[in-house]
Design a protein. Structure first.
Length: 310
């Protein structure tokens, strides 16, 4: 491992890339190929890709968070797209790269987003109830809590946060939101206090996860991006996706396996013929080594799945 690889793998103060070497191996990088990093963030994975490209290779980096642009290297092989990866195909065509050799997406929230209190992602700091990854959009966590009807909040906490008492929580929020101030994280924590179940830190993390997913339409964006992968990959090109919770992982697993997001019916009498456009490379997801977990505990829930265009 050379010094550049070590530096890229350890990341910057902005973000430590997870499953760094596993991702680079997954992509089967050709030195003159075209590769997409859908979640540029701190640029760790991107720097690893660039190191393996020659002067004819190209890296296209997407990130909807304006803060990520501060990490861009001065490298003429990099094309930066300040957009959500749900617009993958449109911006690849716009930049005259209709086909690429590999697509990487690390779906985790960057360490920077968690560590900047004013972004509202973390329960550790006080700050506005924001949670927008793209601050050009309008919907915030505060707006959801103040305006969503009880049934919608219940569904949101149950599906995206797997909160044990999601129905009670939704009812409690609706009953008390008119009297409570819900501008800041500390306001919200005070409102939640009477209904917290089990470990308070875990409970809050689940509630915050649910809100963050809704604010950023993370599941919608992921599905749109995945549907475009078979169209944008060259034959033999690879897609490598890192997920951080079971909802994302199930979506990626099902799409790679059968080209749809639903579980295939386990019925021998029902034959559904569907053209398979991707070959699954990882029967089981790749997870972080013990060595990586010591360095970066945030990698604990990371799962890498890989597929190849047939």
């Amino acid at each position: 491992m050379n010094e550049e690889s070590k530096n890229a793998a350890s990341g910057s103060g902005y973000h430590v890339p997870v499953l760094f070497f596993e991702c680079l191996n997954a992509l089967n990088i050709r030195p003159d190929g075209v590769y997409v990093d859908c979640t540029f963030g701190g640029g760790g994975h991107s720097r690893g890709i660039l190191e393996q490209l020659n002067e004819r290779g190209t890296l296209i980096a997407f990130d909807q968070d304006a803060d990520a642009q501060q990490n861009l290297p001065a490298d003429k092989r990099v094309v930066f797209v300040a957009q959500n990866f749900r617009h993958l195909q449109r911006f690849l065509r716009l930049h005259k790269f209709p086909k690429v050799d590999g697509v990487l997406a690390d779906l985790g929230v960057s360490s920077h987003q968690f560590d900047e209190g004013e972004r509202g992602f973390s329960t550790r700091f006080d700050g506005p109830l924001d949670m927008r990854m793209d601050r050009r959009t309008q919907l915030t966590a505060a707006h959801i809590l103040l305006t969503y009807p009880e049934a919608q909040l219940h569904k949101l906490f149950e599906q995206y946060g797997e909160v044990t008492n999601s129905k009670t929580l939704a009812k409690h929020v609706v009953q008390h939101r008119k009297q409570a101030s819900l501008k800041t994280i500390s306001d919200f924590r005070a409102l939640l206090q009477p209904v917290v179940k089990g470990n308070p830190n875990k409970y809050l993390a689940q509630v915050f996860q649910a809100l963050r997913i809704e604010v950023n339409d993370e599941m919608g964006a992921l599905k749109e991006m995945l549907e475009q992968i078979p169209q944008v990959l060259n034959k033999g090109g690879r897609a490598a996706i890192i997920t951080f919770h079971s909802i994302e992982d199930r979506i990626v697993k099902n799409f790679f396996k059968q080209g749809s997001f639903e579980e295939a019916p386990d019925n021998p009498f029902v034959q559904t013929e569907k053209e398979v456009l991707l070959k699954v490379i990882t029967k089981k997801p790749v997870t972080a080594s013990d060595e990586e977990l010591k360095r970066n505990p945030r990698a604990r829930s990371a799962k890498l799945r890989i597929a190849e265009k047939t």
